[in-house]
Design a protein around this ligand. Structure first.
Ligand code: AMP
Ligand code: MG
Length: 484
């Protein structure tokens, strides 16, 4: 079957492999007891120029469950700051770079595995991924993508028939192997390792590679220092935008260690993440994050700190560069991106700056004061919005949004008045535009934890995958009129 498998016949490019084995170890995939395809991403199959009808489930299993017909597999070497502590014993401990291919858009993409067996970096771990962990990553990446977050995707999930023991799941628990589709698996921590080893030569080589593939516009700078500086500035901007995307959609990644920060500014590696229910900046998703370091509200500042940490390896190849000056605008860039996305969630593409700032801060005050979920608020706004709100402030949220606590009355009143001013400020633009902006920016279904538990229960109890596929379909088409 190998020769006929369209997934194996793709044009694989040895982009990272050709850098040499300072950056990786060649590893083998585990041989699994069983291979049941649980998810395949036909949208991505199309993006690779293939017709999904010509790619069978067996093709997926051969390539991405049995790992036959391709080599070498590269366990990437990296270190990283985990919860603030430097860890020089990291690296791909349960995954590898399977291969790199071009999409029809011309961009290079990685197939990376998670749960494909042990490597030199497994540190006593079993190299495996639980089925629930795999299901959770599929759901997170598909939901985030649909919400407009720059994220890795899930290409396939194969259940592999092993019995795993985990402290955070009833055990024994089922196993899976995920194939992730991402811009790159090069992390901030990939550079940190090279600094630790004091290898400026390898840092420069990797930087040139990253620039060639992911920051081609930096090539315009013939001077290496200027080129690297441009790369760093662009990365800071991309990360600011990513943090704004997470914050506006109410997503808490939960493990923002530097080894989980992609050098392309893409979001990836979904473990104990959660979408927030109530608006609460202190919300912390990982049960082992005792200090709330990676809380929902800390994400922008943590991203900035991770970008700051990356300066240390960069300094080895650009000792005189003022990297701090390049990072300094991060906060303002983040605020601008966040404001733009929040305005859209409130129905506006544009507002005059003072009004925009007032509306967003009063919205957050209101969300703190009233008993309403973050997503429910925007959903109610979308459902109840009426052009009549523009002429009559008394009609704004008259139906359901009530302040149960007397202390919540002033923020609600303030919000109503400000929202009314915003509506008036956009006329003569048709007020109906607001309804359409609301519908394009506020999801009807959100991947809250209870939704995930609700689809997991029938899988665990009766191997019933229908609720998973139903939920997946809803989160892949979250907006009005975008239903499949
Ligand atoms: P993560 O928290 O998923 O980003 O993983 C942090 C590090 O632990 C990475 O080096 C992983 O490869 C490694 N790791 C996590 N789980 C396992 C496992 N079950 N077996 C081996 N290595 C693991
Ligand atoms: Mg990781």
């Amino acid at each position: 079957m190998t020769a006929a498998n369209p997934l194996l016949a793709l044009d694989y490019l040895p982009a990272l492999e050709s850098l040499g084995d300072d950056y990786y170890d060649i590893v083998a995939a585990a041989e699994f007891k069983q291979h049941i395809l649980r998810f395949r991403n036909n949208e991505l199959v199309r993006q690779l120029g293939l017709d999904p009808a010509t790619v069978s489930d067996d093709h997926f299993i051969e390539a991405f469950g049995k790992f036959q017909g391709r080599e070498p597999f590269l366990a990437l070497r990296y270190h990283g700051y985990q919860f603030g502590e430097y860890n020089p014993f990291l690296g791909d401990g349960r995954g590898f770079l399977y291969g790199q291919v071009r999409g029809t858009n011309g961009n290079l993409y990685d197939f990376g595995t998670k749960g494909s067996g042990t490597t030199p970096y497994s540190r006593g771990g079993d190299g495996m991924l639980t089925l629930k962990g795999g299901v959770r990553e599929v759901l997170a990446s598909e939901a985030l993508h649909a919400l407009g977050v720059n994220t890795s995707r899930a290409f396939s999930l194969v259940e592999t028939g092993e019995a795993l023991w985990r402290g955070d799941e009833p055990s024994p628990t089922r196993s899976s192997v995920l194939v992730r589709f991402s811009q790159s698996h090069i992390r901030f921590g990939t550079f940190e390792r090279l600094e630790y080893l004091n290898r400026p030569d390898l840092i420069a080589k990797l930087l040139e590679h990253v620039i060639d593939l992911y920051y081609p516009e930096a090539r315009l700078f013939t001077d290496a220092q200027e080129r690297y500086l441009h790369f760093y500035g662009e990365l800071c901007d991309r990360v600011a935008r990513l943090a704004a995307q997470w914050m506006s959609v109410g997503f808490c990644h939960a493990v923002l260690n530097t080894d989980n920060m992609s050098i392309t500014g893409e979001s990836f590696d979904y473990g104990p993440y959660a979408f927030i229910d109530r608006y609460d900046p202190r919300f912390t998703a990982a049960y082992f994050d005792y200090g709330g370091r990676y809380s929902y509200g800390n994400q922008p500042i943590i991203c900035q700190m991770n970008l700051k940490a990356l300066q240390k390896p960069l300094k080895l190849v650009m000792p005189d560069a003022d990297l701090e000056a390049v990072l300094a605008p991060f906060k303002d860039r983040y605020e601008a991106y966040y404001q733009q996305r929040m305005l859209q969630k409130l129905g506006f593409n544009n507002l005059e700056p003072e009004l925009a700032t007032a509306l967003i801060s009063q919205t957050l005050d209101l969300l703190n004061a009233v008993e309403v979920g973050y997503h429910d608020f925007f959903l109610s706004l979308t459902q109840q919005f009426s052009p009549a709100w523009g002429s009559d402030v008394g009609q704004i949220f008259s139906a359901t949004l009530r302040a149960s606590d007397p202390a919540a009355v002033p923020p609600l009143e303030a919000w109503r008045q400000t929202y009314h001013r915003c509506l008036q400020s956009v006329s003569p633009e048709p007020i109906e535009t607001i309804a359409s902006v609301l519908q394009k920016n506020n999801p009807q279904t959100v991947l809250l934890r209870p939704e995930i538990e609700a689809i997991w229960e029938p899988i665990a109890a009766e191997d019933d995958w229908q609720p998973f596929h139903d939920l997946l379909n809803k989160i892949q088409h979250p907006f009005w009129g975008s239903e499949a």
